[in-house]
Design a protein around this ligand. Structure first.
Ligand code: KIV
Ligand code: ZN
Length: 506
């Protein structure tokens, strides 16, 4: 019987807290539901004491998720633990995750406490959490730079106090696989009551070893892995969920271990994170990068044509990457469109589907080949629709090597049409300056990025824009076969989102 490995996803906590990955409450709920559909065992929804907004988002996630456990993070003190419980108590399966450092470096410079004092704090924290739920996890922060015997002593006492999961974080990404594997084995052999708890690992990627370390830990007795979608997280990130799941699936011969992950939902989940945060994964990223299944070399292509076994260790379909073939065109019907959306792993409401179908038809009119990636872009737009205070009514841009870039923009604002004209350093700059003037926004443009969705000359450009106003962040997306129109749409989408955020409680 293969060993069951529990997947603890911390995309919404360790991932979301890293710069550039902020999400709003609705986005967090959407991600949590996707993680549940993906088969994640435990969703770490956030750090409830961090802010009112975080608390509310965690509470809403807890009340929306039924199959996965929902964890709330708490430092080892009563206030944090009480707050974490308040946020997650409505969950079908709540978990309190409390932590404190155990390394001498942290004890001396950060906590200014002795080992005995830290041990007492850890035990009291677990007892406090245990008063609320049996499902308590304890993390020994900076475990990999801690004294191994002290670490084992802390683990033994927190297990006695009621912790059912003990987590071994490589907080600063310092460990290497052979050493980390040995540490896990040492814990198995030197914590007398270890059979009463699950060993978890939480690896950071500072040396690019987060996944390798997690895998070495599994080989030596860890049964829970903490990870994130696309490997996002503090600094260089956390271990990537998709890599762990696919290593265990592809190399069953070595690990004889399984997860509950429905691997065919990996790619849609990765795309969801990219589309919400506006941060793309690198093209050569394992499993979910644009080139992960692209065979460019002639020798490889020749082999693949003869047999897939020659160069393919897993199929793109096994991780939910749609076959990059021409699939629909302007004569395709609603039924085929709906089928395609479902096979891509998304489900839309009837209203979203109708609106997406209209947009697909409009795109098929101007673009000969409509690919899965184009359809995904339409889906994302539908999913993330917000009320449209601002609408692009007309855009004309003139530019060239000897022309001052000039944009004429007509915007519909609350149903009325406003028009202006302006110049800029380039066509996008000119367009953005006019939109900014018409909307009278004080927001700051933090990020602008352009990608091509597919590879033809008539490919759609996908633009992400990030705006900030008084600490509120909004991400906008736009896609069009005309890159300047896509840029205008992305900016207007971000402005609408900012307006939405300002006018809702969030
Ligand atoms: O990296 C770390 O140590 C953490 C803990 C809170 C588990 O994120
Ligand atoms: Zn971490």
């Amino acid at each position: 019987m293969p060993e069951r490995i529990y997947i603890f996803d911390t995309t919404l906590r360790d991932g979301e807290q890293s710069p550039g990955y902020t999400m709003n409450t609705q986005e967090k709920i959407r991600v949590a539901k996707q993680l549940e559909a993906l088969g994640v065992d435990i969703i770490e929804a956030g750090f409830p004491i961090a802010s009112e907004g975080d608390f509310e988002a965690i509470r809403l996630i807890a009340s929306n998720i039924k199959n996965s456990e929902v964890a709330g993070l708490a430092r080892a003190n009563n206030e944090d633990i009480d707050r974490a419980w308040e946020a997650i108590k409505v969950a079908a399966k709540p978990r309190i995750h409390t932590f404190i450092s155990t390394s001498d470096i942290h004890l001396k410079y950060q906590f200014r406490k002795t080992r005995d004092e830290i041990l007492k704090i850890a035990v009291n924290a677990v007892k406090r959490a245990k008063g609320y739920t049996d499902n308590v996890e304890f993390s020994a922060m900076d475990a990999t730079r801690s004294d191994w015997d002290y670490l084992c002593k802390v683990f033994a006492e927190v297990i006695d106090a009621g912790a059912v999961t003990i987590n071994v974080p490589d907080t600063v990404g310092y460990a290497v696989p052979e050493e980390f594997g040995r540490l896990i084995k040492y814990i198995v052999e030197h914590v007398p009551n270890i059979s009463q708890a699950i060993i978890s690992v939480h690896c950071h990627n500072d040396l690019g070893l987060a996944v390798a370390n997690s895998i070495a830990a599994i080989k030596n007795g860890a049964r829970q892995v903490e990870c994130t979608i696309n490997g996002i997280g503090e600094r260089a990130g956390n271990a990537a969920l998709e890599e762990i799941a696919m290593i265990l699936r592809t190399r069953k011969d070595i690990f004889d271990a399984t997860t509950n992950i429905i691997t065919e939902k990996i790619y849609p989940t990765s795309r969801l994170i990219t589309s919400i945060t506006g941060v793309s994964v690198q093209p050569n990223k394992a499993i979910v990068g644009a080139n992960a299944f692209a065979h460019e070399s002639g020798i490889h292509q020749d082999g693949l044509l003869k047999s897939k076994l020659t160069y393919e260790i897993m199929t793109p379909e096994s991780v939910g990457i749609p076959k990059s073939s021409l699939i629909l065109g302007k004569y395709s019907g609603r039924h085929a469109f709906k089928d395609r959306i479902e096979s891509l792993g998304y489900s839309l409401t009837e209203k979203e589907l109708n609106s997406a179908f209209k947009r697909f038809k409009a795109l098929a009119d101007v673009k000969k080949n409509v690919y899965d990636e184009d359809i995904e872009m339409i889906i994302m737009d539908e999913i993330y629709k917000v009320p449209e205070k601002y609408k692009l009514a007309y855009l004309h841009v003139s530019c060239g090597n000897l022309t001052v870039p000039t944009a004429t923009v007509k915007l519909e604002i609350d149903g009325n049409i406003y028009q202006d004209v302006g110049v800029g350093d380039g066509p996008v700059d000119a367009t953005y300056r006019v939109i900014k003037k018409l909307v009278k926004t004080n927001s700051k443009l933090l990020k602008f990025s352009v990608n091509s969705i597919t590879q033809d000359m008539d490919a759609q450009g996908e633009v992400f824009v990030k705006l900030e106003e008084k600490g509120k962040i909004a991400i906008g997306k736009g896609a069009d076969t005309d890159i300047i129109v896509a840029s205008a749409k992305a900016y207007i989408n971000a402005l609408n989102r900012l307006e939405f955020i300002k006018t809702t409680k969030e």
